[in-house]
Design a binder for this molecule. Structure first.
Ligand code: G3P
Ligand code: MG
Length: 353
């Protein structure tokens, strides 16, 4: 009754449905909008540009702060997107800030991984690029890597005056966060093996490796190239295989991102906050958002994640990315399969009308 009452007043407290959009392979390929995504999103706003249907982006990607990503997406997709509508693979790292607030932590990946972590509140964070630049000869292949102008040069001596912090060469690394896809696998695997086995103090031994967190465990994702590209999960396998061949203790790590059910729960909370619903409704066993739609292209990640998140999640698989099958996926079937995100949104709006 509650849901029906408010149904005629979309985006009022208690609006009855919300949508979570995957990005890569659904909304974009690289930076190119696909599947009629700008048109699909436009339908979620009224004529004055006010949001009328609660939605979030639920991506395993990342590398820039949510506020920056929201701006980039707004420009690409021609709608006004709030930072709170952007949930990235690394967004849950925020919850670990209390544990590592003042400790030296290393941030790995494309984009601005250290900026991401600093914005979350980590006070002593270095990107792996900067960290590696303090250690001469750490990457014997560096001189051959003329493929980037931005390759950080070796910093002969660091000092508090220069960096505003203690010399990273004599500080123990307390945790490593793989924020986004590694740019230089060979250097990053080498440096991560060093940190995991020595705590970042070359030549020393440690009893327990520092905690290692991955923003997602995607084997592959859909970029602009027709065939899927290797993702963070592939990098994790490479690092883990090498580490486990060299060192006696198996590499320990935690992977965040979809398909973990807590990620979908977080999306649900954000969607409820967007409609101004109180979380206490959920605690009382009532779901103010009766149906939550997940639109994704990866059966193992988006569709299985939505299935695990509960019966109130309805999964829609698009054929615009990782999944290219004619019928439904045999092992991780979606509630609906469509070609594009535009078709998915049309279906939802028809069903909820
Ligand atoms: O690197 C991004 C990729 O692993 C997944 O992105 O938006 O499809 O969850 P998305
Ligand atoms: Mg995807």
């Amino acid at each position: 009754l509650f849901a029906r009452q408010v149904h005629s007043q979309p985006f009022q407290p208690g609006a009855s449905f919300g949508i979570a959009f995957d990005i890569d392979g659904v909304i974009l390929r690289g930076d190119t909008p696909i599947g009629g995504s700008p048109e699909a999103l436009k339908r979620l706003y009224d004529d004055s540009g006010t949001l009328k249907i609660p939605y979030v982006f639920l991506t395993n990607g990342g590398g820039v702060p949510e506020s920056k990503r929201a701006n980039e997406l707004s420009k690409l997709l021609n709608v006004h997107i709030l930072p709170s509508q952007v949930i990235q693979g690394h967004s849950p790292f925020k919850q670990l800030v209390k544990r590592f607030e003042n400790e030296l932590v290393i941030a790995v990946g494309k984009g601005e991984p250290a900026v991401v972590m600093s914005e979350y509140g980590f006070k002593n964070v270095l990107s792996i690029d900067e960290y590696a630049s303090y250690f001469e000869h750490i990457d014997p292949l560096r001189q051959y890597k003329n493929w980037t102008k931005q390759q950080a040069s070796y910093k002969k001596k660091s000092s508090r005056e220069m960096t505003g912090r203690d010399d990273p060469c004599s500080q123990r690394v307390k945790a490593v966060f793989i924020v986004s896809d590694s740019v230089d696998w060979s250097r990053d695997i080498q440096v991560l093996c060093d940190i995991m086995s020595t705590g970042g103090l070359p030549g020393t031994e440690i009893s327990r490796q520092p905690p290692l967190y991955f923003a997602n465990d995607d084997l592959s994702y859909q970029g602009l190239f027709p065939t899927e590209r290797l993702g963070m999960g592939a990098f994790r396998i490479a690092l883990e295989s090498i580490y486990n061949r060299i060192y006696p203790n198996a590499l320990e790590y935690i992977s965040y991102g979809k398909p973990n059910p807590f990620v979908f729960k977080h999306a649900e909370n954000i969607l409820m906050q967007l409609v101004g619903s109180s979380i206490s409704n959920q605690i009382n066993g009532q779901y103010p958002l009766k149906t939550l739609y997940m639109i994704g292209d990866n059966p193992l990640v988006d569709i299985d994640g939505a299935r695990q998140a509960g019966h109130h999640w309805f999964s829609i698989l698009t054929r615009s990315g990782v999944f290219k099958g004619k019928e439904n996926h045999p092992w991780y079937p979606a509630d609906l399969v469509v070609d594009t995100v535009e078709e998915a949104v049309d279906y939802i709006l028809r069903k909820e009308a």
